[in-house]
Design a binder for this molecule. Structure first.
Ligand code: TYD
Length: 195
């Protein structure tokens, strides 16, 4: 089963994924964790690009890179993990591209198109933390602020995530609760789907 965890930068995805995998492993399930951008050849290029503070953004180039990295991810990481049996949890998947790279409705269709070569997740969650709170958390954790993390951009990304929730692509999880409740809620959906 492929599970995708989505959310804004600063929404706590990685902490939630750790807690979630603990819960699932306690139940005797085989859990694999992975993330995007990957450490593969294209993922490395993306990470270099994201690390540049004052880069000029070309959203279509980004979309193509993320989509290519995702195909690499599925072929080299996700598929082999799924073949071992168990649950693969990915920190970000194609829904990130739909939220971050689909600026206009015309682009939205195109972003979907270039991502159609990878399967949908069996379950995909949106950890809902408001852009304002994400910014607060990012500042608190003294992380380097990237262009993608400024409030105006985050608000747009947030709206597009909510649209994906409305379309039934993502399950909304209240991310303002404590980590245990959040991961417990997600685990419930996964266990329900498995039974
Ligand atoms: P991520 O590694 O999740 O960020 P963090 O540093 O919080 O762990 O993702 C890095 C950035 O890449 C993040 O700002 C979101 C962006 N991104 C996209 O814009 N599109 C995509 O398809 C993906 C996978 C990530």
């Amino acid at each position: 089963m492929l599970v995708a965890i989505e959310g804004l930068d600063g929404s706590g995805k990685s902490t939630i994924i750790k807690a979630l995998s603990k819960i699932l492993r306690k139940r005797g399930l085989n859990v694999f964790i992975t993330s995007e951008p990957t450490d593969g050849p294209i993922g490395k290029i993306i990470k270099q690009y994201l690390a540049k503070e004052n880069r000029s953004r070309d959203i279509r180039m980004e979309a193509l890179l993320f989509a290519a990295d995702r195909i690499w991810h599925v072929n080299n990481v996700i598929k082999p993990m799924l073949e071992k049996g168990g649950i693969v949890i990915t920190d970000r998947y194609k829904y990130s591209s739909l939220a971050y790279q689909a600026m206009s409705s015309k682009d939205e269709k195109w972003v979907e198109e270039i991502n159609k070569f990878v399967p949908e997740a069996n379950l995909a969650f949106f950890i809902d933390v408001t852009p304002e709170n994400c910014i607060k958390r990012l500042n608190l954790s003294k992380r380097k602020k990237s262009i993608m993390e400024n409030l105006k951009n985050l608000k747009k990304v947030y709206e597009r995530y909510l649209k994906l929730v409305k379309r039934g692509k993502l399950i909304r999880i209240n991310g303002e609760k404590d980590v245990q409740s959040i991961s417990g809620e997600i685990a419930w959906f996964i266990l329900e789907k498995l039974s």
